[in-house]
Design a protein around this ligand. Structure first.
Ligand code: FAD
Length: 408
């Protein structure tokens, strides 16, 4: 995850508690555990037959393409300077100019600004797919600009654009959350009803290992399920129409080593220009070994461009081998010999991977409705934020716990 900005108060406090933040410099900026700060190089893009550093496809641009990149950067700087966009999303400023961006797609905004050169359109499209799982014609312009203009995190011992990463990805953060609560976590529980009773709530849970049902009664419940599930299992909960969740395919390829390819050295994030997939993250990137090592690369593919339900149906028709071939094919340009290095391939299909901030959703009625608790049932899923991000999920959890604590 990117370095959290000052508005991510809850997340910053959590990072201090788990000593990911180890202190502060004289300017008051947090200093982070060096092992979690992404090692150089952070990211690279493959174009014109070689890897170049950074994600901006800037090699071989014409004068007019260069001018568009400069004009786009100035637009973003303009928005950044107005300090409207932030995380958590709901701490952003209610500025009418910015809110009007939520009525159009990022693609429409680009067209209105005459940003039409292929490398810039590709970079913005990639960014929308990477953070929201939808392409620039599917995602709100408010979300698209937010992606570029909201990140203000700082560190005393790293550049502003650094990310925090671990070999196990954000699973590391989950492990930290579990350290104080693991004894009260019950795994393998499928909740199939949460119903309000006269004196509290009744929760029905099916144990998928023991094939037993347990009935829990509680004074109150925090429901951290995505809304598309919550509204099926909470009788009387108003269904929200038109929610869009982006389907994702994640392929973990275990390699005997990452084969060399032309251009700059392997980065943490490795993206192929022009590809409809999102490239790969190298789990071995934080290793301090100076020799090539066995590693896992995680290939991400956000399926978009068609209605998500249709894509989910299609996903179910694909075999393991077809997914592996699809990943290898998308990495063919930089790594034509990758198949020879694959020791195993693990595929995970996320049918409803991320809430998609389509136009009108972030600042429309539906999201407002989703944020309303129904005491004694309280809600805390990140889809209430309209963006699927750890910062949003964590802040929702803390704020809902505080609301509940005050209510009881
Ligand atoms: C491929 C991919 C990559 C991502 N990468 C990043 C990243 O790099 N950085 C980032 O910040 N975010 C990333 N995200 C988003 C990330 O998923 C969210 O930030 C985070 O998981 C949201 O947490 P949450 O608790 O709100 O929801 P979830 O993680 O969706 O948690 C909901 C939980 O409810 C459980 N559940 C659902 N139905 C039931 C039921 N009936 N009974 C019991 N349990 C149930 C689910 O199994 C799940 O564990 C990524 C998402 C995807 C799909």
């Amino acid at each position: 995850m990117p370095l959290p900005g000052k508005d991510c108060r809850e997340v910053l406090q959590f990072f201090e508690e788990i000593q990911l933040i180890t202190g502060h410099d004289v300017a008051g900026r947090p200093t982070y555990d060096e092992l979690a700060l992404c090692h150089d190089p952070l990211e690279r893009v493959f174009m014109h037959g070689e890897w170049q550093e950074g994600l901006s496809p800037t090699t071989g641009l014409t004068k007019s393409e260069q001018a568009q990149f400069i004009a786009f950067a100035a637009e973003i700087e303009h928005w950044r300077g107005r300090q409207i966009f932030t995380l958590p999303v709901d701490r952003s400023k209610m500025d009418p100019d910015a809110l009007s961006l939520d009525t159009i797609t990022m693609g429409e905004w680009m067209a209105r600004k005459a940003f039409d050169c292929a490398p810039l359109l590709w970079q913005v499209d990639y960014s929308c797919r990477d953070d929201f799982g939808g392409n620039l014609h599917e995602v709100s312009a408010w979300a698209g600009i937010h992606y570029f203009a909201s990140r203000t995190g700082e560190a005393g011992n790293a550049e502003h654009e650094t990310v925090l990463t671990w070999p196990s990805g954000n699973g590391w953060l989950v492990d930290q959350l579990k350290t104080t609560t693991s004894s009260s976590i019950l795994p393998n529980q499928l909740i199939y009803q949460i119903a309000e009773q006269t004196n509290g709530v009744e929760v029905l849970s099916y144990d998928t290992q023991l094939h037993e049902v347990t009935r829990y009664t509680a004074r109150a419940v925090v429901c951290a399920l995505p809304r598309f599930i919550a509204q099926r299992i909470i009788p009387g909960l108003a269904p929200i129409s038109g929610l869009e969740y982006s389907p994702w395919v994640v392929t973990n390829l275990t390699l005997d080593e990452l084969p060399p390819s032309p251009g700059v050295l392997p980065a943490w994030d490795n993206v192929i220009y022009g590809s409809s997939a999102l490239g790969y993250v190298n789990a071995g990137h934080q290793s301090l070994s100076s020799r090539p090592i066995e590693t896992v690369i995680t290939h991400y593919d956000a399926l978009c461009g068609q209605p998500p339900a249709k894509l989910r149906e299609w996903m179910l028709t694909q075999t393991h081998d077809q997914w592996v071939q699809r990943s290898l094919q998308s990495l063919m340009a930089p790594h034509p010999d990758l198949a020879e290095h694959v020791k195993s391939a693990d595929i995970w299909l996320w049918g409803h991977g991320m809430i998609r901030p389509k136009p009108g959703f972030l600042w429309g009625k539906e999201r407002q409705l989703m944020q309303q608790h129904r005491p004694p049932i309280y809600f805390a899923h990140s889809d209430m934020s309209g963006m699927s991000l750890f910062e949003e999920a964590y802040t929702r959890g803390v704020n809902t716990a505080e609301t509940l604590h005050q209510a009881l």
